[in-house]
Design a protein around this ligand. Sequence first.
Ligand SMILES: NC(=O)c1ccc[n+]([C@@H]2O[C@H](COP(=O)([O-])OP(=O)(O)OC[C@H]3O[C@@H](n4cnc5c(N)ncnc54)[C@H](O)[C@@H]3O)[C@@H](O)[C@H]2O)c1
Ligand SMILES: [Zn+2]
Length: 688
Amino acid sequence: MTEQEVKKQIQELSEKINFYNYEYYQKNNSVISDYDFDQLLNQLIELEEKFPHLRLEDSPTQRVGGAITKEFPTVYHKYPMLSLGNTYNEQELLDFDARVKKAIAEEDVEYICELKFDGVAISLTYENGILKQAVTRGDGVRGDDITPNARTIRSMPLRIEGDNIPESFEVRGEVFLPKKEFDRINAQIVEENEQREKAGRKPMTLLANPRNAASGTLKMQDSSIVSKRKLDCYLYALLGENLGANTHEEALRQLTAWTFNVSPTYKKCNSIQEVLDFIKDWETKRNSLPLETDGIVIKVNNYAQQQQLGFTSKSPRWAIAYKYKAESAKTELESVSYQVGRTGAITPVANLKPVQLAGTVVKRASLHNANEIERLNLHLNDWVYVEKGGEIIPKITGVDMSLRKEGAKKIDFIHECPACGTPLVRAEGEAVHFCENSAHCPPQIKGKIEHFIQRQAMNIESLGPETIEQLLDTGLVKDAADLYLLTEESLLTLERFGKRSAEKLLQGVEASKSQAFSKVLFAIGIRFVGATVAEKLANYFHSMDALSQATVESLVEVPDIGERIAQSVVNYFEIEENRQFVGKLREVGLNFELSEEETTLNSEALKGKTFVVSGVFSVSRDEMKQLVKQHGGKIVSSVSSKLDYLLAGDKMGPSKLEKAKKFNTIVLGEEDFYQMLEQGAEDGVNAE
Ligand SMILES: NC(=O)c1ccc[n+]([C@@H]2O[C@H](COP(=O)([O-])OP(=O)(O)OC[C@H]3O[C@@H](n4cnc5c(N)ncnc54)[C@H](O)[C@@H]3O)[C@@H](O)[C@H]2O)c1
Ligand SMILES: [Zn+2]
């Protein structure tokens, strides 16, 4: 390449990147994928490194991509808000590790790994413990003062309390829109648009993704609207003078103690290998988090070492972001089909012309719900972009509009259940459509039986999916309870079903009768009652009878059980068909109560007393709670005037203590508690 050619290429790349930056930061619009964007930026960096004298003065490699707007007061950052260097591969992480070690001249270095939350960076200033100012990153030097909007974020403390709070300090974090909230808002927009369509008004645009939505929402002029969109925020940095922390880890702990919302997902790693393990570990697990994440941020833990490493003009040298690469391909949408889950939830699925993607052939992609189809504005035979992120099922991220055929038919979400014809319903504010014919809709029944027999439930391994289908088709089984009425004789009437299989199946069914009550409770498939929740409910209510009569008020008393689960349990037992089903299970002899050893009290030392258990103990918190219960005590979730004891471990949050003080609740340490048990047990003996 001649110098002239290089110059031209640098010019072109810079222009492109500036354009994408403008679209991305000012207009909340991703014209190309992050990966493609980062490739362009890397090309430019490489050219500039080879030909430093050709670098443009205002090159996008030298500055943070955002900008300030005119709508808000402009504020200068006390410490610049920079970007992060990023990479998509392991080798570059190893290089990073080597660079760090060389610069600090140490063999070992500690890293803190955090999830890279996909939202908008924010800087908060606190003075005398009170939130004074919230500012966006802007161009890194100056940002928008959006304090009134930030105040609407419920998890953001407006005032903090606790020990050693400095007069003034800064906290940084990421404002995000939880995935659930994103779905809820889009569902609302769809509803609103139905009205608008009738009235002949222009429809509103759906939110494209949670990150754009968070960014757009934070920059709204009317903070009462912001308040209705439930933004949330994770904090991940503490800045200021004389803060007492010597490491990033200490700072995170301090933030937590001051009641800031710190995601508990971070981890200290003692080697780059541990960092790589962390990255692997979260590749799919991150999809179950309530918010979107696009990678891992790796930070040198020690502040002195951070200082030694310093900054480039655009990012710190002591941190790097590893971004998960979403592989993508383009293919044709052949049709959309609809699956019915065991709860009746309808999931639209795109059937695609088979295409090679990340080492596998992809034929189907999830479309999540009606909003998603609407948002993509999908038409039959569209050419669509398919991505495989961490999810197992790929998803459609966009449509190549230039290839849309004329007269293509728009995809309309179905109105009736594809399996049983029941009109579908969508609860207000929910994204998902349901078929409510739960007792007779075939795929729901099949799904319920599959749920019922799984390992964590009744554990009937001798029953495979084909046999379930046979049993349903022949009418031998109409619900999971009928499994217990099967006989060898009836089974032998099934096609290709021998004596051996029949015996095995019957043995499996019989053995399942000894599954504990909590497993039975999980097996019956109450919405939102997973295996862990079932265990908690079983331990608290001790029997199906007690649980089936529980009210929402009594259910929310159970630790970790919220309104949503409580309501779902009550709803379940209100439905006559469910009560009949549970009745059938009782008749065939499943465990409807905790076993004797599960309920036997070790003593009545704590009889009638209520406890809140909080903090870290020498045994796990669940074991502590178990101890309380085994001695007749009762666990409740929050400190109130009625509470008897607050059992306080290490690192308990200050708000519980404050409340305990206010209500004059007795606060017990772990040792006090053990003494109380002994004392109580002795008293019991003496009383006899
Ligand atoms: N698709 C496009 O058109 C387009 C255009 C411009 C930029 N981009 C994307 O944006 C990225 C550049 O944006 P950027 O400069 O904001 O950098 P970045 O988003 O890659 O990294 C910096 C930001 O990460 C965030 N972050 C999340 N979790 C964090 C944590 N635990 N600790 C610290 N920070 C955390 C902070 O907001 C911080 O400002 C590029 O990688 C590119 O993929 C895409
Ligand atoms: Zn149905």
